[in-house]
Design a protein around this ligand. Sequence first.
Ligand code: CUA
Length: 307
Amino acid sequence: MPPGKSTIASDVDSLFNFILYGSTVLFLIVVIGMIYFVVKYRAKEKDKLTSGVSHNLKLELLWSIIPTILVIIVFFWGFRVYLKMYVPPRDAYEIKVTGQRWSWVFDYPNGATTIGELNVPRGKPVKLLISSKDVIHSFYIPDFRIKMDALPNRYTVTWFEAPEPGGHNLFCAEYCGTSHSGMIGRVNVLGEREFNDWLESSASFGEGLSLEDYGEQLFTQKACVTCHNINGKAHTGPPLNGIYNVKINMADGSLVLSDENYIRESILNPQAKIVAGYQPVMPTFQGILNDRQIDALVAYIKSLEKK
Ligand code: CUA
């Protein structure tokens, strides 16, 4: 297992190891005993019958009572860790997590939004309020030993506290369609100062950057890059280079001129026009991007040349 990097990790690992080593010992006792008896009491002569042993009370009590005690230990131990994992502390910092095909969206209390990248302060409990926009996903951070389903029409909750700064992998652990394996991300545990600086700058919406440069930043930050190439090659979605001001074939047979309004509509209402040869799977970015961010993405896409 990867090294545990949250306050709950050692509890989960101790219980896991107890079950793993306990099962290994029992497995060995049963299998070695079985092999020993098979060899020792094999039929040596054709008509010699074995003695008619019926039962042994001491042995039977032993192999009933010991496993029962072990199972009870696992139950109470597991229940204690479970409660600790699923009841977030009162003062936890709350972040809204939304799963959608095929990215993770994070909403922070100050209005900042990130996609595919979760920034958290170190040494502080973080509560995650999780839901899904479409199908069932599963929010999974192996280093923190937490995994929680993301369900449409229902909230689920989990929490963690990461004592050290660092980066960790984040996965979707529930098969959710074509790009399930691409529904990944990073968790960045930042020092308190660094985290507050980031929070502040994230609310500035690319101030001081040209629209094109800000758009380039957003293209990665908002996970457009998960489904769209800019090198002319098809991905889950069509490539986005060299598409400005040309006529594009749609799935319904029509021909559409891709101007600024077409690009904007495709971001906010992706199902309105589907490019021929692609599936209508893009989620809407309505409510995720503000006007300046949409302008920036349009400016960036316009700047991408045909290859
Ligand atoms: Cu989302 Cu798999």
